[in-house]
Design a binder for this molecule. Structure first.
Ligand code: GLA
Length: 721
């Protein structure tokens, strides 16, 4: 048996292991099939006896007589679609980055399976990498045209999973602008369900992260990709459930020339017994093997952003007065949002002109220095993939825009897109943004993307390639910019969370979770996001009340309690704060900084059910379990309020914790001491949650309370006894 780390090849059996899972594949007469994917086996004796009547292929093909959803769709130049890719060999190879695409990192070896379609000489490579401590397996699929004629790829899977059973549910995270990633559960039954984005980005509407689950058995899948995607699940009467995930075949038709390769986006899969465990695996994986660079584990600064404070209506004086308060309350980074460039006084003009609007800013370099002189870092907003027709860029280079000749473009937010499929446009974007960063020595960039893709056209590429070529162009720009500015903290944004995906997270360690900053809605938006992405990737801001998106009002304490579940920021006119509010916010920031390591990088568990408008919240536990912070949220006041209880997961059951809570003005109030076992397993009464809000000031508020758990040392316990 050939064995390297967690990979084993034994005759026709291929085994991948992570800390708690085993994945066993078998070459079954030329077709590679799943034999087992589940809890770790440790001993594989007798695996030869473990057969499967109906083969569960790792990749189904057209024309093979298996009439469920085929994974691979290839059209040959004679118009035929049948492929017969047969297993050729398996090798253990050094881990390789995927050409042109972002992907995971940190593994040394991979298992590569090679297949050949003899008549066409088309080759398929499926490469598996096991990430041991995260319990995640990544799958990279590519095709090579070894023949003499072009072939046309109509669908290329990133991964196909097939499991026994037809009583699975399909879990998806769907939404819209300002209501991203709400969890939905669909019974698959016998039939087919689809989770798909065809808007050119991973989208607000359907996140690429999905799960299939039934009691005691959960499979989670995500894609390292930011463009159109599709996951299909299909169960049949014979009791098999198949999942195929990859680039959406919508408007996809890739011409693969002789001698050329096509690389599908990397897929990542995890098996766990519960949905929560699967989420924890995925989050661990993202923190360790997706987020990279200087900011990977570095505490993220508390920021103040001027967008909801000023929108487009500001000048240097206003910005500096905001920065004064930002410094006074203890923020660390000031972000100048939209409106600082070109003739950008509203959203009808200026996009594309990454030149300083000097009358407004007094010179972006000078303004940045003045802000830095106050002890703050300086960050700036850009939306590099877009152009307004009313801009110097468009007047000079209309050919840079994404437009179809002789057709009126579809405008969204009065803007059209730049054609990033074109290397010349990629060069423009790269140079323009590098110049902005250098000009103001930006320490942070908010990279926005405020519309979906409609007018796909590039005269030099085949139309079925456009969406993917755009993504390759974007990734090319991001690869170069992040390499040139390794110290800059990039935050991705797409009208809020329209591109919250593993592709963007390979370049930008944070994403603006949603434009909806209402604490009540943020509870479910952040819980849905946390299903796949760790809290250190989630921008979460406190904003004014009534909230600009929903008109709801919640106390300042509640707004902070919810925002401290992610990377904290403040986004409203701080110059209008009363002294009492200023003091309250200073204390919030100081509390956050004291516990930042825990809040941003601890293990976060969700409480209750945020999606049903019920009790919810989170608990974040430090790696050594010595400390934890929990925020409990009650969406309304129950009549039988004393029946509201929760269990706090993740604590050390053998330890004793001092339990306190933060009162409305930020003081820590001791509640007493309790054993970790009781806190984890018992029902902790949440009566004090209702003391938090001045109901005369906030009608129909949400109630939240932040609890702090600190392990009491054995020595101190003894002294007390
Ligand atoms: C998008 C972002 C906002 C803000 C505006 C500026 O909507 O999500 O946070 O930056 O653009 O135009």
């Amino acid at each position: 048996m050939l064995e390297v780390f967690m990979l084993k090849i034994k005759e026709n059996y291929f085994i991948l292991e992570t800390e708690h899972t085993s994945l066993v594949l078998k070459n079954d007469g030329g077709e590679v099939v799943y034999l087992y994917y589940g809890e770790k086996l440790n001993n594989y004796c007798g695996i030869e006896l473990y057969e499967d009547g109906w083969k569960s292929s790792i990749l189904s093909q057209c024309g093979t007589g298996n009439h469920r959803e085929p994974a691979l769709g290839v059209r040959f130049s004679d118009g035929s679609r049948k492929t017969n890719l047969k297993f050729h060999r398996a090798r253990i190879v050094p881990f390789e980055k995927i050409e042109g695409l972002p992907c995971s990192y940190g593994a040394e070896k991979s298992l590569r399976l090679e297949f050949i379609d003899a008549p066409s000489k088309l080759k398929l490579y499926v490469t598996y990498t096991a990430y041991e401590e995260s319990d995640v397996v990544s799958v990279a699929t590519s095709l090579y045209n070894g023949g003499k004629k072009p072939v046309y790829l109509e669908s290329v899977p990133s991964v196909q999973l097939e499991v026994r059973g037809r009583d699975f549910s399909f879990i998806t995270f769907d939404g819209d602008w300002a209501s991203e990633r709400r969890r939905h559960e669909h019974k698959i039954g016998v039939g087919k369900l689809v989770n798909e984005s065809i808007v050119g980005s991973s989208s607000h509407h359907h996140n690429p992260f999905t799960l299939i689950e039934r009691a005691g058995e959960v499979y989670a899948v995500n894609l390292v990709y930011s463009g159109n995607h599709r996951t299909v699940v299909e169960s049949n009467d014979a009791g098999k459930t198949r999942l195929i995930a990859g680039i959406s075949p919508y408007a996809f038709d890739w011409e693969l020339l002789p001698g050329a390769s096509f690389f599908a986006p990397e897929a990542v899969v995890a098996y766990a017994a519960t949905e929560e465990e699967a989420s924890l695996c995925m989050r661990r994986f993202v923190s360790e093997h997706i987020v990279r660079g200087k900011w990977k584990k570095k505490p993220r600064p508390v920021l103040v952003n001027n967008w909801e404070a000023t929108y487009f209506d500001f000048n240097a004086e206003k910005i500096l007065s905001l920065a004064d308060v930002a410094a006074e309350i203890g923020a660390e980074l000031f972000v100048l949002d939209d409106g600082w460039f070109g003739a950008r006084d509203d959203d009808f003009r200026g996009l594309g002109d990454w030149e300083d609007h000097v009358e407004k800013t007094g010179g972006i370099g000078i303004l940045a220095d003045k802000i830095r002189a106050k002890g703050l870092k300086f960050g700036i907003w850009v939306e590099p993939e877009m152009v307004n027709e009313d801009s110097d860029l468009y007047r000079k280079h209309p050919e840079y825009a994404m437009k179809i000749p002789r057709r009126e473009p579809t405008r969204m937010r009065n803007q059209i897109m730049l054609n990033l499929a074109d290397p010349q446009v990629q060069g423009f974007v790269y140079r323009a943004i590098a110049r902005v960063i250098e000009q103001c020595k930006a320490q942070y960039i908010k990279w926005d993307y405020n519309r979906t893709m409609t007018d796909c056209f590039d005269k030099s590429s085949h139309s079925g390639e456009y969406y993917h070529r755009y993504m390759l162009g974007l990734y090319n720009v991001l690869e170069k910019l992040t390499a040139r500015f390794p110290n800059v903290l990039f935050e991705s944004c797409a009208s809020g969370g329209g591109r919250f995906d593993l592709g963007m997270l390979c370049y930008m360690p944070q994403t603006w979770t949603s434009d909806n900053t209402d604490a009540r809605d943020r509870v479910y938006i952040q819980a849905g996001t946390a299903a796949a992405y760790p809290q250190s990737t989630m921008g979460a801001h406190v904003s004014i009340c009534p909230n600009h998106q929903t008109q709801n009002s919640n106390s300042l304490e509640t707004r902070f309690d919810v925002a401290c579940g992610g990377v904290l920021g403040y986004e409203y006119d701080l110059t209008k704060l009363t002294d009492a509010e200023k003091k309250e916010i200073s204390e919030q920031i100081s509390f956050y900084k004291t516990h930042r390591e825990l809040l941003q990088f601890g293990t976060q568990y969700m409480l209750g059910n945020a999606f049903e408008g019920d009790m919810s919240g989170f608990i974040t536990v430090s790696p050594d379990k010595s400390k934890a912070i929990s925020v409990v949220c009650l969406p309304f006041r129950r009549v039988w309020y004393h029946t509201v209880c929760t269990k706090f997961q993740g604590l050390d059951e053998k330890a004793v914790y001092a339990v306190s809570y933060r009162d409305a003005v930020g003081n820590l109030v001791k509640l007493g001491e309790a054993s970790g076992a009781l806190l984890c397993k018992g029902q902790f009464r949440l009566d004090t949650v209702y003391d938090t809000v001045d109901t005369k000031r906030y009608s129909n508020p949400m109630y939240t309370r932040l609890y702090l758990f600190e392990k009491v040392s054995a020595k101190r316990r003894k002294t007390n006894e």
